[in-house]
Every structure is written in C-alpha cells, then in structure tokens.
Write a protein that binds this ligand. Structure first.
Ligand code: PEP
Ligand code: MG
Length: 883
C-alpha cells in the first residue's frame, strides 16, 4: 500500500517481521493474516523508537505525518473518528519489544475519550457509568505514563471520594461520583503538569507514543534487560489498536488461555476468564477468574470460536501458545498470541507429544529445550507458589532447594544430620574439615567463596544445594547467630536455600520432588542419537558414580582424590603423613591410607564397570589438610595459659603449629600443589598408584571390567610430566609384577595452566590424553582468584556488564577458550588422535559445551546432576555445528 518506513497497518505485517514490529505487533499481524479476529490498528516500528532515541528524543522526519495517515486509514476502516462526538474511536497504545518484557514498559488504554466523546461512548454501550469509569482510568493512565504524575495523587483522590460516599469498592461509586472524579483527576493533573490535558486527542496520541518510546529506557526495563541479556539498542515498537471492551456487560468477557497445560504439558483446556471485565482485572487478582471450561455455558458461541482459534494458532506456530482474548458483546477478539512459557516438565512433554503428533521433527524438539531449565527436574525444588521475599542472596552455586535448621559448625551438622535432623550448614567459608558436615546437611550456605570454591564444587558433586558467597551474612560463632541487616537468626532457626537462584529464605518453604519420567528419558534419548561429544561425570565416590551412570554418564572424567583424604576417618592418618618427621613414619601413615583409597577406587570402578574412569592424583596443597593457622596458634596459647594437662599435648600442638607455618604459602593456589607436590613427595603418588592398580585387579577378580586412567594435575612443563610418568609407570610395573598380570592404564594430564596450553605439543609427547581443567585455566588465564573474585570485584563487573558472564560458570570464549584451542591444536599437532576432554565446571554449562563442540574436543565431564543437561546441550551444539 505504501512506501512508508516507520508504520505498518496490521494487515501489512506478518510473523517474520518481529524485529521491526516487536513480538506483539508481529503476532497480531500474523493472526489478522490468518483470518483470526483481532482489533484493527497499526504498529509504529522499533526503528522509529531507535531513531528517536538516537536523536535525543526528537522524532524522525515524517513519523508524525505517517502516524496521522495510518490513523486516518484506521478511522476509515472502522467508520469511526478519534474525538468524533457521534462515533468515537478509542485506541490502546501498547509497547511491544522484540523479546517479551512483561510489565516492564508502559501502556495507555482508552485514548480518544474526552468531554466530547464520553456521552457517545455511554450511549453506544447503553451504560454511562462504564463510559465515565473508562474516562477516569484514561486521565489517570495518561497522567502517570505520559506526564509522570505520581500514582498516589490519583489513588488519594479516589480514596477520599470513596470515604466521602461511604463506598467500600470502586464499583460502589455512581456515574455522578465518577463524573466528579474525572474533574478531580483533571485538577490534580493540572497541578502537577502546570497545564491542561491536551484537548486534541491527536496530540494526546503523539505524546502517548512518545511516552512508550521513553519507557524503553525506564530503570525497571533496563534492569530486566540486563538480567535477561537483552541488548539495550533494540528499542520497542508501539501498537495502536482499536479498543475492544470486555466490560460491556454480561455478554462481554476477558481472559487468558494456553493451548496446553504450561505446568504439565498435558494437551488439555487451560485458561481463565472473567465476565464483564477488562484485562487488568484478570491479572490484578481483584476478582477470581473462572476456569475456561465454564465459558461454554455463558458464552457458547465465542467459546466454540476460541477453541477453534486456539487449535489453529498452535498448528500454525507449531508450538504451545499463550493467548489473550476479549469478548465484546458476544464477539471474540484475540489481543495477543506468543510461545507459552512452561516448566521443564511441560517442555519435555510438549516436545515429545509434538514429535509424536508429527508436528515437529526430533531436531526441532531438541532445539527448543532449554538445557539449563532441566535442573528443575533433577533436584527437589521450592514450590513456585511460595511468594516470599528472600532474606538475602548469594551465588547459585549448586542447584536444588534445602530446608533445615541453621547449624554453624560441621561437627554439629554431622551429629544432627546423622541423627536424622534436617540441618543447613552455614559457614563463613568451608574447609576440608567441613566435608562430613556437608554430607550430613541438606545444603550449605557460605558467606564467602565463589562458584568454584571448595564448598561449591563439593556440594555440586554430591548434588547438595549450595548458596555460596552470600556476603551480606555476618556470622557470630560466639553468640551462635547469623545476621543479615537488622535480622538476626539463631542456630536452630529454620532457613531455606534455593541453590538454583542463590536466594536464601527465612523459615521452611514447601518443596516439590524431582520428576524424572518417560518424557525425559525419551527426549534425552533423541539427544544421545545426535550428539558427538561424550558426556562423563566428575565423581569421587561410589554412590555419586552410580547416580552419574543412572543419569547417563559414559564414564568418569575426573575423580578428585583429595576428597577421599578429607573424610573424617582418614584425616588423622593424612595428618600423620604430613607431619611425619622421617621416612619411616611417613611410610607407616601412607600404608594406613592405601587400603582406604583402594576401597574407594573399588567402589567407583565397580559402579563404572565397562566405562572409563579418570583418577586424578592428589592436587591441593598439604596445608589444606591441617587446621587453620590462627586456630592452631590460639590452641597453643590456650594450652600454655592452662599450664596443666599433658605436656605432650602442648608439644604436639606446637609441632603442628610449626608445620602449618612451614606449609603456609602466600598464594597456595599457585604454590606446592598438583604435580609439584607429587614430585617433592613421590611416596604420595606411589601410594595412590598402588591403590589404583590393586583396586582394578580386585574389581576384575570379582568379574568387573575396570577401565582406569591416571591423570596428573597442574602440569606446566613437559619435563614435569615426563618425570611423573616415569614414577607412575615404575610403580605400575611393580604392581603388575606383584599381581602376576598386567592392565592397560593410560596416563594423561590436566591442561589447566596457560603455559601448558602454549606448550601442549611438548606435553603431548608424554600424555595419552589431555583433560582441560577450565577452573584453574580461568583462574590463571584471566588471573582472578576462584575463591575471592566472585565475592569482590567480579560481581560489580557483572552488574555493570563489564563482562557478559561469570567466567567461572560460563567459559570466557575469547580468552580462556583461546587457551583451550591452543592446547587442543598443540596436543593434536604432536599426536593426531589425542583424546581431549574437559573436566572443569564448564563441562556442564551449555554455552561452554557449544564451544567445546566447535573445538572438536572428545568429551565433557561435569557433576552427576548436570549430566542430562550436558547431553541435551551437546546435542544442540552438534545441531548448530551442522548448520
Ligand atoms: C580445574 O581446575 O578445572 C579442575 C577440574 O580441577 P580443580 O577444580 O579440582 O582444581
Ligand atoms: Mg584444577
């Protein structure tokens, strides 16, 4: 029809024009194209908003003229006029961005009502009260949205009038009352604006469109965009549509419906409506809406038509739709249709059903699944209907919900947990000593530490919910309390953690159980057929390994052995090993540890029989197994002051303190850990290798199929790995000799330092496989401490969009991703078929998995609970790569 740039009549648009018309505008245009009844109107494009913003708020040339022309066409089509005293046209002016931003921007209804038109509207409706009520709503909405008059000004006037009339509800006010209220509203508007409302409705329309443009930049819209990763420069479209009224008596209604149940995915009628009401009344909860099925009795014709439209829209969009409708005096109008938001359970059921109904392909179904959302299904979750404000927030470090009594130390958590009490362990930060308490607790809350801090890694591995680095929390271990702002909770008070969002709630919230079902199994089965990347799990005990296998893990990519050292019954022997004054003492302590390690390995190898298990040699610095320096200094002081007791207690305490001092490093993460520690104390890896070999033989003897791989951590120099490999091989040979038979045990290395990535070709010479430790590679590659940064500057970097994501959660593609690429290319340049995996936390993150697919790695490894997510994400990555 035109060569216009900034405006489209609804009849000119379609679904493909979403970028220009916004989601709502394109959706309504598409419905009109399909012959679905929608109110007529036009859309001012996102480009008009963008150009206006770019010009500092001045409309681009021609926009106003185009608007007037579009309005004239609308007037002609409807046979009505804006401001016409006989047949007035009333319009709504609604925002509509490309990505739906519910409630974030502004809307003005009933534009076109005024002193000249209110009587005609009342006459046509046969209801003057309705006309005056629409009028006062318009004055208020216009004042608030266009002129920025504070809402309370109108609320106060309304309350005063109701009080004077003895009216309990708005609906108790008469037509005359409303007439008076319109006057009052106009007066208060004038006081605030310093001018009358525009008498020309065209001027009001211009200002209303301008106000919707401006609302793109309001603070709540900005915050929403940041939280949802929506770019700031998209702008909003503005939809100007003829008003339809659901509040014109008992043959009118308004409602919302879904083409399937968005909570379960079931193919059934789902929706609500209100007779004689406007859209706001449904969402505002003033009146309780009725189930959609009841509409059949009261508005049979519109109901039948609605069911028909629902079916058509779903078939057209080939996905579940979320629909808004209005019935005006028996006639049905659709106001919006969009892809319906759904729970994870519903997402899987809908995907499966649509494939089985022949509507979409398996590939399309897989693309639509949001892998991160599946977390909901794998952990008990907080009942979404709780409606409570969190007490505070930390990092969403390990998903799932935990409800329990606050316990401030690990021993108590262990005792009470084992006694069957539900407790939540709350600590400043966790240390190896806390492992037993963590195991016995429902979840862990720390005031300090990041996403890959010890508490977080351990909790994720065990599937324990964890909120880490909730820095507003102050813990008083003397008074046994924790404080957030002016709220103080005592040990024994109940709290609830949501490890999926990082929220911490006071009291015990209701939980709903995890729901793995056949939909899940079916759809993840399709993912397995498509993905190329292998998916393994990070697990370091039998039960976790078994769970990982249930979730579909194809092996273990990282078994961290330090967790085995930390368990309560091991710690004394581990400490004796560290504190040993000579080789004999150390050998004795190691001999004590060996069978325990062997038993752990047997459990894991048995659970993973037939699948590869990568066991990593001890990684952390030794001081992590000793008490804290300050605590021990205080203990020595206490014993000195007491001056009694056993003199050997004091001696022992002093020796321990001296050893802690000796082992304490300024930067332990860059210190004597990983292969460095192993080369200094070869007796430790020797013990571990023996335990591994013996465990494998034992499992094989019982009919199992152990497939063990040994991995060396924190290698920077090829020579480190060469020497370490010699120690491992020599020890294995001794064990093979002892057993009188051999085993195939590949020896590989972590690539988790930038130097290792750069010289990966040299390192590959001595490695049977690489596994990228992206936690340390992020820590050392970006140069940020994984234990401190998230509580400090990194959160401000995230808040101000300096970085797009937390690099410890989702890989820094350009930087750390570049190091992974370098390492992969270097390794394969020396050994073309070199097996490459990832075992940092990024192995379970969908965006990171996409990168690992592009880099051609062989597998990712993640915590057991993330295995199904990784299977989906790997399938999506493979589909993207095929494109
Ligand atoms: C890593 O650094 O990515 C890794 C897997 O090792 P850890 O987290 O145990 O340091
Ligand atoms: Mg590491």
């Amino acid at each position: 029809m035109t060569d216009q740039h900034y405006l489209y009549d609804l009849a000119e648009g379609d679904a493909s024009m979403k970028a220009l018309l916004g989601g709502k505008g394109a959706g309504v245009a598409e419905m009109m194209r399909l012959g679905v009844p929608v109110p007529d109107g036009f859309t001012v494009t996102t480009a008009a908003c963008v150009d206006t913003m770019a010009a500092g708020g001045t409309w681009p040339d021609g926009l106003w003229e185009e608007t007037l022309a579009a309005l004239a066409r609308l007037e002609e089509r409807t046979g009505r006029g804006l401001g016409d005293p006989e047949r007035p046209l009333l319009v709504s002016v609604r925002s509509g961005a490309v990505v739906s931003m519910p409630g974030m921007m502004d809307t003005i209804l009933n534009l076109g009502i005024g002193d000249d038109t209110v009587d005609a509207l009342g006459r046509e409706a046969g209801d003057p009260r309705f006309a005056w009520d629409s009028y006062r709503r318009f004055v208020q909405m216009y004042g608030e949205v266009v002129e920025g008059v504070p809402a309370h000004v109108y609320e106060d006037a309304l309350t005063a009038l109701k009080k004077a009339r003895g009216a309990a509800q708005d609906t108790d006010l008469s037509t005359d009352d409303l007439r008076e209220l319109v006057d009052t509203f106009k007066q208060v508007s004038r006081q605030h604006i310093g001018d009358d409302l525009p008498s020309d409705p065209r001027e009001a329309l211009r200002r209303a469109i301008d106000a919707v443009f401006r609302s793109w930049l309001n603070p709540r819209a900005r915050v929403y965009r940041r939280a949802n990763g929506i770019p700031d420069d998209l702008g909003t479209a503005v939809n100007v549509m003829q008003m339809v009224f659901g509040n014109r008596g008992e043959t009118s209604a308004t409602g919302v419906c879904f083409t399937r149940n968005p909570s379960t995915g079931a193919k059934e009628l789902y929706g609500e409506f209100l007779l004689n009401a406007q859209g706001e009344d449904v969402v505002a909860g003033i009146r309780t809406p009725r189930p959609l099925a009841e509409m059949e009795q009261v508005l049979p014709e519109a109901y039948g038509q609605l069911l028909d439209v629902m079916q058509r829209l779903e078939a057209h969009y080939r996905d579940m739709q979320d629909i808004e409708f209005t019935v005006e005096e028996g006639s049905l109008y659709l106001l919006q249709t969009r892809t319906g938001k759904r729970t994870a359970a519903a997402a899987l059921k809908v995907a499966r059903d649509l494939v089985e109904e022949g509507v979409i392909t398996r590939e399309e179904a897989l693309r639509r699944i949001e892998p991160a959302q599946l977390d909901q299904l794998l952990h008990p979750a907080i009942d979404p209907a709780h409606g409570r404000e969190p007490l505070t927030r930390g990092l969403a470090a390990s998903p799932g919900a935990a409800v329990g009594e606050i316990v401030l130390d690990s021993d108590l958590a262990e005792r009470r947990g084992k006694a069957g009490d539900a407790v939540v362990l709350v600590r400043w930060e966790t240390t190896p000593d806390d492992i037993a308490g963590t195991l016995a607790a429902q979840g862990v809350l720390t005031a300090h530490g990041g996403m890959t801090s010890h508490a977080a890694v351990v909790a994720r591995g065990m599937g324990k919910p964890c909120v880490a680095g909730a820095s507003e929390i102050a813990i008083d271990t003397e008074a046994r309390t924790l404080t957030v702002g002016d709220v103080t909770l005592a040990e024994g008070d109940w709290i609830t953690l949501d490890g999926s969002t990082g929220a911490v709630y006071r009291g015990a919230l209701e939980l709903v159980p995890p729901q793995i079902n056949t939909d899940f199994a079916t759809v993840v089965g399709w993912a397995d057929e498509i993905r190329r990347l292998g998916v393994r799990a990070n697990a370091d005990n039998g039960p976790d390994a078994a769970r990982a296998r249930e979730f579909g893990a194809e092996g273990i990519g990282l078994c961290r052995t330090e967790h085995m050292f930390m368990e309560h019954d091991r710690l004394p022997a581990v400490r004796r090993m560290i504190l040993a004054s000579d080789d004999d003492e150390r050998a004795a302590a190691l001999a004590e540890i060996l069978p325990m390690q062997q038993a752990d390995f047997e459990e894991i190898l048995e659970a993973m029989s037939g699948l590869p298990v990568t066991i990593r040699l001890l990684d952390p610095p030794l001081h992590e197994f000793l008490p804290n320096l300050v605590d021990q200094a205080l203990e020595v002081q206490r014993l000195e002051l007491a001056g009694e007791g056993h003199p050997t207690d004091l001696q022992h305490a002093r020796a321990l303190l001296a050893q802690i001092k000796k082992l304490t490093e300024q930067n332990p993460m860059l210190g004597t850990r990983g292969v460095r520690l192993a080369l200094l104390h070869p007796e430790i890896p020797q013990m571990q290798v023996r335990a591994i070999a013996r465990a494998a033989f034992a499992v094989a003897d019982r009919g199992g199929d152990p497939r063990v791989e040994i991995m060396v951590p924190l290698v920077a120099f090829a020579e480190e790995l060469r020497r370490m490999r010699a120690i491992i091989t020599e020890t294995l040979e001794e064990e093979f000799e002892r057993a009188g038979r051999r085993l195939e045990i590949p020896i590989g290395t972590m690539i988790e330092l930038p130097r290792a990535a750069v010289v990966a070709d040299q390192i590959a010479e001595h490695a049977d496989f690489f596994s990228f430790g992206t936690n340390d590679l992020t820590q050392t590659g970006v140069g940020i401490s994984r234990d401190d940064a998230e509580g400090a500057f990194l959160s401000s970097y995230l808040d101000t969009d300096l970085v797009p994501d937390n690099p410890f959660s989702s890989i820094d593609v350009d930087g750390v991703g570049g190091l992974v690429r370098l390492g992969a290319e270097g390794g394969r340049s020396r050994k073309p078929g070199l097996k490459l995996g990832v075992c940092g936390e990024h192995g379970g993150d969908p965006a990171s998995i996409a990168l690992f697919e592009r880099l051609g790695l062989d597998y990712v490894s993640c915590s057991p609970y993330r295995v199904p997510i990784a299977r989906f994400a790997a399938a999506q990555a493979a589909l993207d790569a095929r494109r």
